[in-house]
Ligand binder design. Structure first.
Ligand code: 3PG
Length: 392
């Protein structure tokens, strides 16, 4: 794909799609990782003398103006990070926006309003895509986190302007692409999270590629059941037990080492006040639930991680939001942080949040800014926001 470096942007109006869909509480941004991740592209455009028009979605306002979902706080934070004034528009296209753009100088930055305030955005409406395109001369997509969405500002607009990837997009595609197509070995995938249902595609795709597959999180207990053990009140997807069996079989056929919990932290309630203890995986009490991998499992996983050259991690090992059940996820994060010569790729979303929580983010090789997008990429799916960009 063509990138930002392949086009001349001096003096041009550049419509740059970013993903400023950041966690927010009571109007305060609680994690500005995604804004900081977009800075290299924005700074590059400024330095090149482009007129930088930024667009993003925020939340899911469903095609209506929702006051709490304006991009104003993101604009304020961006301005602080750039050390430069960022003008904020109240709309995302139309005459008012056009006149703001007309008064821009080279290197100025304008942030448009939340593109999801318009129903046409998620419908990928071609009229809306054209209205976005009318604002600019060049389209840059730096919103890796939204690249799995075929929306007007991520896909539609690319058909109306020269369309290239931004620096963050390029880096994400490069790291994830290399990991999947030409991995250093041993190559290990760690798959956690709550549900098998959400990880079917990624397990299927990675079973074709990895040397080791490590399973944890709520979804592990469907695999434990598939092995014939009782799981008490743990999360169980009864309709996925056969599928779990077939994954274990497939791993055997492919010579993939398949690692499952050998012990678990069980609790008599899903709460910080619950009674909890470590038990062997065959001995989950019938009225208790497993909420984390146990210490023996964590040791085994740590060992596999340390012997790997490349590790992809998607999904926590337990309920890491509650300290009592955070041990397994923390052990995995620490093993990745300490492993020398291991390239660690953290899929976005919960695993990225866990690494942040344990203050280990700067010890990871790459933390993806995409949750759903990195998952779809690891499933081997084409991302519409990438497909639509111009080829070299
Ligand atoms: C994300 O947070 O994963 C992206 O910004 C996409 O958001 P969405 O799931 O609301 O499309």
């Amino acid at each position: 794909k063509k990138t930002l470096k392949d086009v001349d942007v001096k003096g041009k109006r550049v419509f740059c799609r970013v993903d400023f869909n950041v966690p927010m509480q009571d109007g305060e941004i609680t994690d500005d990782t995604r804004i900081r991740a977009a800075l290299p592209t924005i700074q590059y455009l400024i330095d090149q003398g482009a007129k930088v028009i930024l667009a993003s979605h925020f939340g899911r306002p469903k095609g209506k103006v929702v006051e709490e979902m304006r991009l104003t706080p993101a604009g304020v934070r961006l301005s602080e990070l750039l050390g430069k004034n960022v003008q904020k528009a109240d709309e995302a296209y139309g005459d008012s926006v056009k006149s703001l753009i007309e008064s821009m100088n080279e290197g100025d930055v304008l942030l448009l309003e939340n593109v999801r305030f318009y129903p046409g955005e998620e419908k990928n409406d071609s009229e809306l895509a054209k209205s976005f395109a009318e604002l600019a001369d060049v389209y840059v997509n730096d919103a890796f986190g939204a690249a799995h969405r075929a929306h007007a500002s991520t896909e539609g607009i690319a058909h109306h302007l020269p369309a290239v990837s931004g620096l963050l997009m390029e880096k994400e595609l490069d790291v994830l692409g290399k990991a999947l197509s030409n991995p250093e070995r041993p190559f290990t995938a760690i798959i956690g999270g709550a549900k098998v249902k959400d990880k079917i595609g990624v397990i299927e795709n990675l079973l074709e590629k990895v040397d080791n597959l490590i399973i944890g999180g709520g979804l592990a207990y469907t695999f434990v059941k598939a092995q014939g053990h009782e799981v008490g009140k743990s999360l169980l997807e009864a309709d996925k037990v056969d599928l779990a069996k077939s994954f274990i079989e497939k791993a055997k056929e492919k010579g993939v080492n398949f690692y499952m919990p050998v012990d678990a932290i069980v609790a008599d309630d899903f709460s910080a006040e619950a009674n909890s203890k470590a038990v062997a995986i065959e001995e989950i009490p019938s009225d208790w639930e497993a909420l984390d991998i146990g210490p023996k499992t964590a040791e085994i996983y740590r060992d596999v991680i340390q012997k790997s050259k490349l590790v992809i991690w998607n999904g926590p090992m337990g309920v890491f939001e509650i300290d009592k059940f955070a041990g397994g996820t923390k052990a995995v994060a620490e093993a990745l942080a300490e492993a020398e010569g291991t390239y660690s790729v953290i899929g976005g979303g919960d695993s990225a949040a866990a690494v942040e929580k344990f203050n280990l983010a700067d010890k990871m090789s790459h933390i993806s800014t995409g949750g759903g997008a990195s998952l779809e990429f690891m499933e081997g799916k084409a991302l519409p926001g990438v497909v639509a960009l111009n080829d070299k």
